[in-house]
Design a protein around this ligand. Structure first.
Ligand code: UDP
Length: 343
């Protein structure tokens, strides 16, 4: 599937609980013209790859790498800067990458009155771009959670966060899908302010974690602009205040670390109210940046065994992790009985 403007027809049945209509636009928008120099040095190489979405068990994942994904994020910010068609209400106050205007991309989800609503094409310009970082657990969960499934397929950029997703892609006969850990994407964006001159808001983690992460970044990368922080333990009643805080900060990129799939659903539900250019669901990345959690040692990371290390550190995740082998079996099932029939 090499078409950069592929329209995925989501199953329109059984939508009443989620309110998500069919017709999910999976365009990454990366190929659109963008006026940024950020990433210009490798733009020529990454455009084609990042535009290439492949169907992995019904979820469309971008074939890209860290730099390609970071460039895609840059292009979303640039796109919003250059469109200037005034889609967002709310005031922006000095995000460094972009200051006003609306997104002119295609990923599109309309929210009405805070509820989930229809998914269609170009009129979504006013909403932030959405980046999802699913691992095998989430890919499996999405098979039983239609809202999550549709959100992933409506996202502008979907990167393969885990080795399980890459393995599933191989089972399905796709070559060269690279693993792109969400943490690596976040690090790439946060630690290269000259290349990605954007401002970031950290939302999520236990109280104090976002601030510690911001302090660590300020130490190691003093030119990176963190425009605000907020912990991830809040009630629905507090959401409006949080959104106001984010909007007032004038941030370009909102990193949402509420754990999957809560963060994806939170972004999806609130994206019409968020006056940012990009929202990225980043799981436990703030904990790692803050130093309250550690990455798996290189051996585990390089051999696709991060899950094993995480299980060792957090045995309570066992039940959740059983989705991983289940997902691999599901990929075989998909290959045998579904592939080709729905693509
Ligand atoms: N988290 C949060 N609010 C919540 C639940 C979780 O901010 O209500 C945070 C939690 O503190 C952690 C992050 O979400 O920093 C990611 O959690 P987890 O590692 O379980 O998610 P995953 O990486 O598997 O998506």
């Amino acid at each position: 599937m090499n078409d950069s403007k592929t329209i995925i027809e989501a199953d329109s049945s059984d939508n009443t609980d989620t309110g998500v209509d069919s017709g999910v636009n999976a365009d990454t928008g990366v190929g659109n013209s963008s006026n940024t120099d950020a990433g210009a040095d490798y733009r020529a190489n990454v455009d084609t790859r990042t535009n290439d979405k492949i169907n992995i068990t019904g979820i469309y994942v971008n074939r890209t790498d860290i730099k390609g994904a970071a460039y895609a994020v840059s292009s979303y910010v640039a796109r919003k800067c250059s469109s200037g068609s005034g889609g967002s209400s709310g005031s922006r106050s000095g995000g460094s990458g972009c200051s006003s205007g609306s997104r002119s991309g295609n990923g599109s989800i309309h929210a009405c009155g805070g509820a989930y609503a229809s998914v269609s094409s170009s009129s979504s310009a006013r909403f932030p771009a959405m980046v999802c970082t699913p691992n095998a657990e989430i890919m499996m969960e999405a098979q039983n959670d239609k809202l999550l499934h549709d959100i992933l397929n409506a996202a502008d950029l979907v990167i393969a966060d885990g080795a399980g997703v890459v393995l599933a892609s191989k089972i399905l006969g796709h070559k060269n899908l690279e693993r792109v850990p969400g943490f690596d994407l976040v690090k790439e964006l946060l630690t290269n302010p000259a290349r990605y001159p954007f401002s970031f808001f950290f939302l999520g983690g236990k109280p104090g974690v976002a601030e510690s992460a911001a302090a660590k970044i300020a130490e190691s990368s003093p030119n990176t602009k963190i425009s605000g922080c907020r912990d991830g333990y809040f009630s629905e009643l507090q959401e409006s205040d949080i959104i106001e805080q984010v909007n007032k900060s004038g941030t370009d990129i909102l990193l949402v670390a509420l754990g999957a799939p809560r963060q994806e659903k939170w972004i999806f539900k609130n994206r019409s109210r968020l006056n940012v250019t990009v929202c990225i669901g980043v799981g436990g990345s703030l904990d790692v940046l803050a130093g309250s959690a550690s990455l798996a040692p290189a051996f585990f990371r390089n051999n696709g065994l991060e899950w094993l290390y995480r299980l060792y550190k957090e045995p309570r995740r066992l039940r959740r992790m059983l989705r991983l082998p289940k997902y691999i079996l599901f990929a075989f099932y998909w290959r045998l009985f579904r592939q080709g029939k729905q693509e």
